[in-house]
Design a protein around this ligand. Sequence first.
Ligand code: HEM
Length: 490
Amino acid sequence: MTQEADVTQGPLTTEAGAPVADNQNSETAGVGGPVLVQDQLLLEKLAHFNRERIPERVVHARGAGAYGTFTVTADVTRYTRAAFLSEVGKETETFLRFSTVAGNLGAADAVRDPRGFALKFYTEEGNYDLVGNNTPVFFIKDAIKFPDFIHTQKRDPYTGSQEADNVWDFWGLSPESTHQVTWLFGDRGIPASYRHMNGYGSHTYQWNNEAGEVFWVKYHFKTDQGIKSLTQAEADRLAGEDPDSHQRDLRESIERGEYPSWTVQVQIMPAAEAAAYRFNPFDLTKVWPHEDYPPIEIGRLELNRNPENIFAEVEQSVFSPAHFVPGIGPSPDKMLQGRLFAYGDAHRYRVGINAGQLPVNRPHATEARTHSRDGHLYDGRHQGAKNYEPNSFGGPFQTDRPLWQPSADFTAGTGDHEAPAHAEDDDFVQAGNLYRLMSEDEKGRLIGNLAGFIAKVSRDDIAERAISNFRRADGHFGKRLEAAVQALRG
Ligand code: HEM
């Protein structure tokens, strides 16, 4: 977004464009007298200032963004008909917003928390948003638990602070969180910067090809800068010394021409293999082990342009997991299904019904052609065109081709069903595998990080329930953690 030259130079004006004579002294009735209501400049400035903020994101409030380029490096046309993936060498403009999850807008960057990795591809078939994290899994597997989960991460309604009791009470009572929590308290739990971490689509998504064949995919963005993380002690210091460390690092590296990049990979599962797979392939608390579905390199993502105005382009940016393009669609993952509603709803509240028309959000390689009209800050872009369809005036028309293939195989009636169980599904097996993969040193740091936090809870039963989940993941893990917590609690 470039500023027009005539708004940054020349005489100062009011919002209506009239020249301003004095921007230092408000108008009074005589020298030393009261201020006059006829000083419209004063009133306009105070009123505009009062309305500068919009609601911060209810999660992921703290973040930084940059524009970039996605380049296809492998032929994936047998898996998806998405136009932006149609040719090796093809480039698509992108915008990526990184974030932390729990902190408010002004929170420090160097904290133990997942990092958001929200990526918008401005494709010629519309914007495709992949709203992921720097972790391949998540804490819960059903959207109905998300508001409760986030309440435990944010400020307690009585104390106004994040409370160890709430965090560990919820995690202890939600054993499906054990895998993600083991990940979060390990070495990758505090990235050194946004550049030195991977990104993941996390959910399973549908790809479909020209012939209508369906594949389930998981996205991986592997950092080309190498993984670098902070220890808890390093992070605690940095959070105090430079609260904006991640944001600054991203902006300055792009200003220096050191463009961060990620190698993009996908794991691909033919649809017919899903039902008999050893894990539920749509369970967000599980990975697909690489020996089952090896990641295949498909592209490269580079960030190479800073936003010019943080509010306009980062604060007002909106990303939705429901923004698909032809050839890509959702899976039946119950978390993803909930997210398909939540984001658009948040955008309508936070930015407004015309959020999609803002420069950062609107399609860049095509046009949005809808029959929706009006609402706050509608810019009249459709002029006098008809606002209904079908019509006889040559307006935009439907294509009759869905973006994704229909799901099949629903045999049961409606109900509050758990997702189907697969042979090796349980809440602990992959957490245990992750623990056993760690070096002795990393295991030690993991135990120390967990114990330091669990030791802060006020009730023994909450601490014990939290520890018991890790015990079920790996007996040795549980034993060491119990001893470490006891040593701290005395
Ligand atoms: C059912 C579960 C979830 C719900 C209901 C939910 C809801 C939300 C909402 C309401 C926002 C704020 C959006 C805005 O104001 O623009 C948000 C932001 C975000 N969420 Fe989720 N979320 C869920 C799970 C997840 C998961 C599993 C991931 C990652 C795999 C994720 C990644 C993000 C990211 C990266 C953002 C920030 C987007 C941005 O930069 O604007 N969320 N989420």
